[in-house]
Design a protein around this ligand. Structure first.
Ligand SMILES: Cc1cc2nc3c(=O)[nH]c(=O)nc-3n(C[C@H](O)[C@H](O)[C@H](O)COP(=O)(O)OP(=O)(O)OC[C@H]3O[C@@H](n4cnc5c(N)ncnc54)[C@H](O)[C@@H]3O)c2cc1C
Length: 510
């Protein structure tokens, strides 16, 4: 779940492309099938709301068993967040581990994930992912998925695993999407899967006993109709593109816009409307080290700072709004920084340094030269400089006396060779040569942690614990907190989304 990559090569599965037909994976006959589906009168075994990461594997596996499937998709393209996602996935027992001679087990993966996030995953959901995730990745591999070079690895941008079980394709999430589209397209062309594109689910239909029997959909022209099905799968993603809902469910503002635009949380509302309930908003955790384009939330992600000591040892201090240090800057690992930042006002901090550091240290932005970094202080709203520590603090809104004290204490301990207050060992220079610099970094996320409560069969549950008949859910709609916990466990969203969709497609009985 690292930052978004360059989108210039985004897989174009839009309707315009489909109509042009130029090698499109979802063809004209699929649109014809979609049109048939909209002609009414037909009922389906399984209606899938959302043709994305979880919805496509569910559709493919169900159609393989002869189940009549309808996908309702709000966007003009199938694939959902896989168009943006880094697509990093993880599981034990994959062919990619086997070819490297790596021994691993679902139990080891389970234990490692719980170690990373301090035992905060939902045990049932983590168990389901770790037990079945290997089969999902092997299924992708069987159908042509290949990894980027030198995979699997133990870690990337998140806290590393203790075993190499983490991998991704050369084109990030689009490497996975290619395989899924190649598998789903023949079913669509053959009419085994109907698709309603640019059509949103707006309500679930329930009978007097509360069983979900269909969906009210609305097309791009605003036309509403009812579609009926024996079972409905909510696979409409999370709410990380909906600032208001995100804040309501997590008690934290959505600091940045990085999620798929259709992650508006409509599926969560549909689940609630049918009697379901939510949990996991308290598992919110922000990612560390990103600078936003400006201070208006939700802001655009702008530039990443290299704050991981494995990549660049820190010369700077990190301080919160009170002007206090809050984390040992040179301590390796990622999770401890994210949890420390979680306790800071506004989930933000400033990287503080002086002129000598700017001139002599490796650039804080790996893709920028020192001169580019220096130039940013002239133009970027999150970069500030001032002649003294106190004036810098006043300029960016940090408590000036505290910041002066923090910098002085750090310098004094370093110069006397006393132990650092937070145990830091890498102290190459004192911060005593003005001008002084501050870069504001904001905790951020691209997923929502709150989600619908389900049981191990992925049936949506009422708060009484009773399952809502006919209603299932998979993907980020379950909340990142279910599998990733209060932490970022590598592959904890894409792998379970695909795995849970696949399991439902394989197992649901009709
Ligand atoms: C930039 C980025 C990078 C990420 N990187 C990683 C990573 O490396 N590893 C990882 O594990 N996770 C990662 N994640 C998270 C992960 O990609 C998502 O959690 C996951 O793909 C979501 O899958 P999903 O099936 O729940 O939703 P989606 O794949 O988003 O599918 C939901 C679909 O439902 C549709 N929809 C929405 N509302 C409606 C409606 N009312 N009616 C009909 N259709 C609707 C949407 O258009 C969409 O197609 C990343 C996320 C982002 C944004």
């Amino acid at each position: 779940m690292t930052q978004p990559t360059d989108r210039s090569g985004t897989l174009d599965l839009s309707r315009r492309t489909l109509i042009k037909g130029a090698g499109a994976m979802l063809s004209l006959s699929a649109l014809a099938s979609a049109a048939r589906a909209q002609s009414g009168g037909k009922t389906w075994d399984l209606i899938i709301i959302g043709g994305g990461t979880a919805g496509l594997p569910a559709a493919i596996h169900a159609a393989q068993r002869g189940v009549r499937v309808l996908i309702i998709e709000q966007a003009a393209q199938l694939g959902g967040t896989l168009h943006l996602s880094t697509g990093q996935i993880a599981a034990a027992g994959t062919v990619f581990q086997a070819r490297e001679g790596i021994s691993d087990s679902p139990q080891a993966h389970y234990d490692d994930a719980m170690r990373i996030n301090d035992n905060t995953s939902d045990p049932q959901m983590l168990r389901l992912w770790t037990q079945h995730g290997g089969a999902t990745i092997n299924w992708l591999a069987e159908h042509g998925f290949e990894t980027a070079p030198n995979m699997p690895v133990a870690g990337g941008g998140h806290e590393p695993y203790q075993t190499r079980r983490y991998l991704w394709g050369p084109e990030d999430g689009r490497s996975i999407l290619r395989v899924l589209m190649q598998l789903v397209t023949p079913h669509i062309e053959a009419g085994r899967i109907d698709v309603m594109m640019e059509t949103g689910a707006v309500e679930l239909i329930q009978n007097a006993q509360g069983r979900v029997t269909g969906v009210v959909v609305e097309d791009a022209a605003g036309q509403r109709r009812d579609v009926s099905g024996a079972k409905v799968l909510l696979a409409a993603g999370g709410c990380a593109a909906n600032p208001r809902m995100f804040e309501d469910l997590h008690g934290v503002p959505l600091y940045c816009q990085a999620a798929y635009a259709h992650s508006q949380g409509v599926g969560l509302m549909l689940g609630l409307g049918a009697g379901g309930h939510l949990h996991g908003g308290d598992k919110y955790l922000g990612l560390f080290g990103m600078v936003m384009a400006d201070a208006w939330v939700p802001a655009a992600l702008d530039v990443g700072l290299t704050l991981n000591p494995l990549r660049r040892k820190p010369w700077e201090l990190y301080v919160n709004q009170r002007g206090e240090r809050f984390v040992r800057e040179d301590l390796e690992g990622v999770h401890h920084r994210e949890t420390a930042l979680d306790k800071q006002p506004g989930h933000r901090f400033w990287v503080i340094f002086d002129e000598r550091t700017l001139a002599e240290a490796p650039s804080l932005v790996s893709s920028w030269s020192t001169q580019q970094l220096r130039d940013a202080f002239e133009s970027h709203p999150m970069f500030a400089s001032a002649p003294t520590v106190a004036s810098l603090a006043a300029r960016v809104g940090i408590h000036p006396l505290n910041l002066q004290r923090t910098v002085a204490e750090y310098n004094r301990a370093r110069e006397r060779n006393d132990a650092d207050a937070l145990g830091r060992e890498h102290r190459p220079v004192s911060l005593d040569s003005g001008p002084y610099y501050a870069i504001q970094s904001q905790g951020w996320t691209l997923v929502s942690f709150a989600g619908l409560v389900v049981d191990e069969q992925l049936r949506v549950l009422r708060s009484s614990g009773e399952a809502i008949p006919g209603l299932y859910a998979a993907g980020e709609i379950l909340g990142a907190g279910a599998t990733s916990g209060k932490g970022y466990v590598g592959g904890a969203l894409v792998t379970p989304a695909m795995t849970f969709g696949k399991l439902l497609g394989e197992r649901l009985s009709f």
